[in-house]
Ligand binder design. Structure first.
Ligand code: ZN
Length: 257
């Protein structure tokens, strides 16, 4: 095993994720919603931060960067397209760049939609995907800066990755997402079973992140907008996938769990 991973809950529902390369002892955090819980997790593990990998410019993903950089002198890596709005970036990246953390290597994917410059990190050997606010467990980010159809194309890019990919997303939104998902994919038995599992986990105060990409492909309606069952369930039989995706994304905006 060359990688160790720790999930760090931050703020009300954000996650930062710490990744350590055991070969080099280099340590990266993916996103920095809040410095204090990240520092605490690093202290407890006796790890020293060397890299901060940023996915997008939103405050709840970057506001801990400065304090972490000051304490650890970590290298800050993030999306070139949002460099002007993430003032502490040392290295700007975009697809098809790669990022190295010791012996670990991540490929960068451009995944516009939630923000125009959002990127995801894919550690191909370890099969770890950091999808932040593009792909959530049973959901996807709200397309603020690009049309839903563009976000759909970004999600298709992530859907091509192997089923045994471990997916770390940026928020604990899974319960609300699961309750919504069954409204647009009501006959999906795997989804119903997952809703029950998510309810149980949340009732016990456990995180639902990470998830496996294979289970997202089977149950996440935002990865399944080209499935005829979903088109039929939302009254859009025969419509193209981007239109179905746009419809279910809009329904999610007004859904109350
Ligand atoms: Zn965001």
């Amino acid at each position: 095993m060359t990688v160790e991973v720790r999930l760090v809950p931050c703020l009300s529902d954000n996650y930062a994720v710490i990744v350590r390369d055991t070969a080099s002892n280099m340590v990266a955090v993916v996103d920095a919603p809040d410095a204090a819980p990240i520092m605490k997790a690093l202290d407890e593990a006796n790890w020293k931060l060397t890299h901060i990998l940023v996915t997008h410019k939103h405050a709840d993903h970057i506001q801990g960067i400065l304090a972490l950089k000051q304490k650890y002198n970590a290298t800050v890596i993030g999306p070139r397209a949002e460099a002007g709005e993430i003032p502490t970036l040392d290295t700007q990246v975009a697809e098809p760049d790669t990022v190295e953390v010791g012996s670990l290597r991540a490929r960068v994917f451009d995944t516009p939609g939630h923000t125009a410059g959002h990127i995801c990190y894919w550690f191909d050997k370890e099969k770890l995907l950091f999808s932040a606010d593009t792909l959530f467990a049973l959901g996807c980010g709200r397309p603020f800066e690009r049309p839903a159809a563009v976000l759909w194309q970004s999600l298709l890019k992530l859907r091509k990755l192997p089923d045994d990919t471990t997916v770390y997303c940026g928020h604990e939104y899974t319960l609300s997402n699961a309750r919504f998902s069954v409204t647009v994919d009501p006959d999906n038995a795997a989804l119903k079973a997952r809703l029950a599992a998510v309810e149980k986990a949340r009732a016990a105060g456990k995180p639902t992140v990470p998830s496996m990409l294979g289970e997202e492909k089977a149950t996440n309606p935002f990865l399944r907008a080209d499935d005829p069952a979903i088109a039929a369930a939302v009254g859009m039989k025969g419509a193209d996938a981007a239109a179905v995706f746009t419809e279910i994304r809009e329904r999610k905006n007004t859904f109350k769990a």
